[in-house]
Write a protein that binds this ligand. Structure first.
Ligand SMILES: Cc1cc2nc3c(=O)[nH]c(=O)nc-3n(C[C@H](O)[C@H](O)[C@H](O)COP(=O)(O)OP(=O)(O)OC[C@H]3O[C@@H](n4cnc5c(N)ncnc54)[C@H](O)[C@@H]3O)c2cc1C
Length: 297
């Protein structure tokens, strides 16, 4: 492995959360480490395992907890990088440890969850680029513990007359995602383009008094604060179908920016700015992009 001081190393899983805005002067490492194992409550997978297959495998092995995180694109190794989450569940709730290799010293180690710096869409790995994730161990549950705080999920189960079993939750999450999100294979996108803004509960209440219907989600690991729906803010600012060059705010889901073809870097940056400016102007709330950009500057 090359020294990262001499040359940049960029690990890539499935590339589903990266926006390539220019040519990249770096060594790209495609993570393809494979293998899964389990003990009574701990499921472990190598970094190159596809995330969704791992979720399905844990369910098959009657280890519960990951069903709300079904169908998130990408690899197991990338999951802790931005601490993936969906439908009221965040990865860090389950992390036992993250196995890494330091690309400068070639030392291997296992980092316990408490040292991973997890927060909403955050971890220490986003800053410590020299740490390459090689595997992930999750402590799961042997008895089902349905997490249905996300109203859309609970309502959909009720509408489809399904009991709240892990398999039904898994399948319902897959169904909702397939209906709601534009398929990146057909219309290139990186999923949510902006993070849900995290604010104090008091600020959220004040905003809800002024803007009726603003959805507020319960906190993940950050218990003092709440998340505002970025999709709602963008939609209410009238930005669905806003377009600059080849990039457009998806009509299907306001949080997604799609590349209609031929989009240039300047177009994307202009559209991001337009969304941020209009949402700030209307609600006084700042939106921060979720995906990583390469090259970084
Ligand atoms: C349609 C769609 C829906 C999505 N929905 C969600 C969602 O609901 N919730 C959510 O949280 N995310 C979501 N995402 C984002 C994405 O799925 C996740 O961020 C996923 O973890 C990315 O996996 P990947 O293997 O594609 O990572 P990549 O895009 O390849 O990499 C992402 C970042 O992680 C780094 N990285 C990758 N592998 C490693 C490694 N082994 N060691 C160190 N660094 C590494 C890369 O350098 C890069 O900075 C969605 C994306 C799409 C396209």
């Amino acid at each position: 492995m090359a020294s990262s001081q001499a040359i940049d190393l960029v690990p890539i899983g499935h590339g589903s959360n990266i926006v390539f805005v220019d040519d990249l002067d770096a060594v790209v490492i495609l993570i393809n480490l494979r293998g899964r194992s389990k003990t009574a409550e701990v499921a472990t997978a190598a970094a190159g395992e596809p995330w969704h297959d791992f979720v399905e495998w844990t369910l098959y092995n009657q280890l519960y907890g990951l069903e709300n995180l079904a169908l998130i694109p990408g690899t197991v190794g990338a999951a802790p990088i931005q601490n993936i989450g969906a439908y009221g569940v965040e990865l860090d709730e389950f992390v036992e440890n993250v196995s890494v290799i330091d690309t400068e010293t070639l030392e291997e180690s296992s980092i316990p969850a408490s040292d991973c710096g997890f927060a909403y869409r955050q971890s220490r790995f986003q800053k410590e680029k020299k740490l390459l994730v090689t595997g992930l161990s999750l402590r799961l549950k042997q008895t089902p513990d349905p997490q249905l705080c996300y109203p859309g999920l609970k309502d959909r189960l009720a509408m489809d007359k399904l009991s709240e079993t892990p398999v039904n939750i898994f399948e319902t999450v897959c169904r909702i995602r397939a209906e709601k999100l534009p398929d990146p294979a057909r219309l290139p996108n990186v999923g949510s383009f902006f993070k849900n803004p995290v604010v104090t509960a008091t600020r959220a209440e004040n905003l809800q008094l002024r803007f009726h219907g603003l959805p507020v989600y319960p906190p993940g690991s950050d218990t003092d604060r709440v998340k505002l729906s970025a999709a709602w803010l963008i939609d209410q600012a009238g930005l669905k179908l806003a377009r600059v060059g080849g990039f457009e705010v998806s009509e299907q889901h306001a949080l997604v920016i799609v590349n209609l073809g031929g989009g240039r870097k300047a177009d994307l940056l202009a559209l991001i700015k337009q969304v941020q400016t209009q949402v700030h102007h209307r609600f006084g709330v700042d939106l921060e992009p979720e995906p990583g950009f390469l090259p970084i500057n």
